[in-house]
Structure formats: structure tokens, C-alpha cells
Design a protein around this ligand. Sequence first.
Ligand SMILES: CN(C)C(=N)NCCC[C@H](N)C(=O)O
Length: 282
Amino acid sequence: HPLVTTGALGLVLGHPFDTVKVRLQTQTTYRGIVDCMVKIYRHESLLGFFKGMSFPIASTAVVNSVLFGVYSNTLLVLTATSHQERRAQPPSYTHIFLAGCTGGFLQAYCLAPFDLIKVRLQNQTEPRAQPGSPPPRYQGPVHCAASIFREEGPRGLFRGAWALTLRDTPTVGIYFITYEGLCRQYTPEGQNPSSATVLVAGGFAGIASWVAATPLDVIKSRMQMDGLRRRVYQGMLDCMVSSVRQEGLGVFFRGVTINSARAFPVNAVTFLSYEYLLRWWG
Ligand SMILES: CN(C)C(=N)NCCC[C@H](N)C(=O)O
């Protein structure tokens, strides 16, 4: 279906932004967005921006089904109204927030191993295999997953999962509140929002939730990279404290600009797909 294609395309186009974000959050060699982009392009060519993309593409259908499935079913239980009845009897913002938090909490566990592998691969700065140069530590997503499993056991695949869960539980609540709030604002009562409204509301929901998620996103990415060679942090709190000590409070907003630029189109398309699917099958 065209919407699925657009969703995948959104992810592909958004991935270079995500790679720059992850590098800015976890490496100190870059002075800013432009410096990071120039360095990636010079050392690793255009392909450098697309490292670690295959697992997010492969897992997005599952992760989004958990997120939106849990959200709409929790809303169903909380409000006892079906999707069709919901335009006439809109759910309260408290219910929307609680359903969003539940969706965020459960999707975080599905997302954790895929996200870990993505971040590890995005952070490999080696250029594509050149004769004589040492190969990167991970040869691809499956090799990366197998190496982590072998070296650190199954729990290793969940490194950073706590920070990810803490990041996603409240911020996915914010995601759905922003989306619903904006849709209601711009839609006449009792009607379905137009496609343009869905796109704009979805885009701003992406930005608002990602701005709120950035502090824990930085900590999550750092925890995921910890232990690659030796363990630096004792835990999440230690990671927060030493990051702030070394880099100041600004550390909590590393990558926020580039991530917002990514969040708008990706989530605009995500919500458009969700609304269409609900109207067909709801
Ligand atoms: C702030 N957070 C964690 C969220 N809003 N999560 C919901 C889905 C985000 C979407 N898959 C994306 O990649 O932007």
C-alpha cells in the first residue's frame, strides 16, 4: 500500500538525521550538526549516514503495531467507546495520556534490542572496507546482535532498556495528547480530521514528544554505547551525573534540533497511516 511505502520512505529519509543525532549525543569529536555531517561525508561517504538502517526498517511494522495497538486498545478499555463512537464522544485527555503511556511502556521493550543495534552500528566511524584497514567491529546487524549475545548474554541485548522505557512512557503520552489536541482544535465537532490536519498534528506531536524525550534519549544512547570496550558508567544516574559534570546541563539537549527536523515528517506520515488504517478496519 502507498502509505506503507511512504512510511518506509520517511524512515529512510529520516535516518541520516538520526545518525547525526546519535553521533552528537555519544561522541565528543563533533562541533555541531554541520561539522558532523561534513566529517561523516568526508570519511565515510554518503553511505555513512545510512549505517544501522536495516533493523529499524525491518522492525518498524512490529514496533508501531505494538505502540498503536496497545494505545487504541487501552483507550477502548478506559473509555468503553469504539473508534467510530469516539468522534461523537471524545475521550478525556487523562485517558489519552494514560493510554499513550501504556503504549510507550510496552513498545519500549520491543524496541530496545533493535534500537541498541542501530545505535552501535551508527557509531561505527570506519569507512567502507578498504584494503589493509582493520574491519569495523560489527559487520552488520545480525553479526552485531550475535556478538552482543555471545559477549554479554541475552541481557546484553537490553542494555539501555531502562532509560528507553523511562524516556518513552511519559513522552508517548505527550505524543498522543499533542496529536489529539491539535486535531480537535482544527476539526469541526463530530467530524474526522482532514489529511492536512492529521499530517500537521502528527508532525507537531513528533516534535513536542521528542523535545521532551531528548534528555533521557541522550542518557539512553550513552548507556547503549557503554561497555563496548570497558564499562564507564555504574548505571543511569551515574551516567547523568558524570555527563552533566563534564559537559554542563546543555548535554541534555544534544541533538534536539536535528531530531526535531526528523520527527516532523516521520510522524506526520505515521499518523496519516494510522488514521487511514483505523477508518478502513476500525
Ligand atoms: C518521543 N517518542 C519516544 C515518541 N514519540 N515515540 C513514538 C513514536 C516515534 C516514532 N516512531 C519516531 O521514530 O519518531
